[in-house]
Write a protein that binds this ligand. Structure first.
Ligand code: SIN
Length: 276
């Protein structure tokens, strides 16, 4: 697409682009909104530098793309803004959000369409985020493997990820679980994407347990292929907007005991489907 309202500079031929020439704190005109949406569809994850957003402006930008969802397990740290997921690490942290390859909340029957992370504080070095294209992961598979996977569904479970994770009482709490196609068709681009992830996927339903375990291990290693990835080096006031329907990400925790702090909003998605 020829962009007129924004400038789009690709990070790699496969995934990721920096978007320039837009102030996300201002209301966006129709053309700018459409071009940002197109840049996301084309590049799967897009990045903005030097943004100065209040919590309300961050939420307003997210709402242009859909309803915001509240995280099913993390406590709301900003009382008046339950839609804000605080991403924080410091010298007391035992783990950080997203430290393994995952798709956000894929355990939900309608997993998020996208997430928008705005970073306020960063370590002097480190704390990058890696993003991997699940289109590229699908497309690199052999034809017989694609055929096998296209008929399968997998269970995604929040229980082992969220139980006890946030240091709040969660007895009796039921975390989401869902069954999704192993290959999903993106509702906007029509492209096919691999849709299992190390974080949440526990079982391929139609296979015996040892077969499922072996195939999932292979697919998790496949997802990590460097050619499917881009790596984003944050600066204070950077924003990343990724499409959870076709991207996995991994937050590097290589900066302990330094601090890293930001806010994320998460946009409601739809039920994953496979269309040949
Ligand atoms: C996440 O949303 O999974 C965390 C990403 C990050 O901190 O870079």
């Amino acid at each position: 697409m020829a962009y007129q309202a924004i400038r789009v500079e690709k990070l790699t031929p496969v995934i990721g682009a920096e978007v320039r020439g837009v102030d996300l704190a201002q209301p966006l005109d129709e053309r700018t909104f459409k071009e940002i949406h197109e840049a996301l569809t084309e590049n799967q994850v897009i990045f903005f530098r030097d943004q100065h957003l209040t919590v309300e402006q961050h939420k307003a930008f997210g709402r242009l793309f859909g309803e915001l969802v509240v995280h099913p397990a993390a406590p709301a740290e900003l009382q008046a803004h339950p839609e804000i997921l605080v991403i924080h690490a410091d010298e007391t942290s035992k783990h950080v959000a997203g430290e393994n390859w995952h798709t956000d909340v894929s355990c939900d029957p309608t997993p998020p369409m996208g997430s928008i992370l705005y970073m306020h504080e960063l370590p002097p070095v480190g704390g990058d985020t890696l993003f991997a294209s699940m289109y590229a992961a699908y497309e690199a598979l052999s034809t017989p493997m694609k055929r096998l996977l296209e008929g399968l569904t997998a269970r995604h479970d929040g229980e082992h990820v969220y139980r006890g994770r946030y240091g709040v009482k969660d007895e009796g709490k039921v975390f989401p679980k869902a069954e999704h196609p192993v290959i999903r068709t993106h509702p906007v681009s029509g492209r096919k994407a691999l849709y299992v992830n190390y974080g949440f996927t526990t079982r391929i339903v139609q296979l015996a347990r040892p077969e499922s375990d072996a195939l999932l291990q292979f697919l998790y290693r496949h997802v990590e292929t460097p050619e499917f990835q881009c790596r984003f080096r944050w600066q204070v006031n950077s924003v990343a907007f990724w499409d959870n329907r076709c991207v996995q990400h991994h937050a590097m925790w290589d900066y302990y005991p330094q601090r890293r702090h930001g806010h994320r909003v998460t946009i409601k998605g739809d039920t994953p489907f496979y269309r040949a």
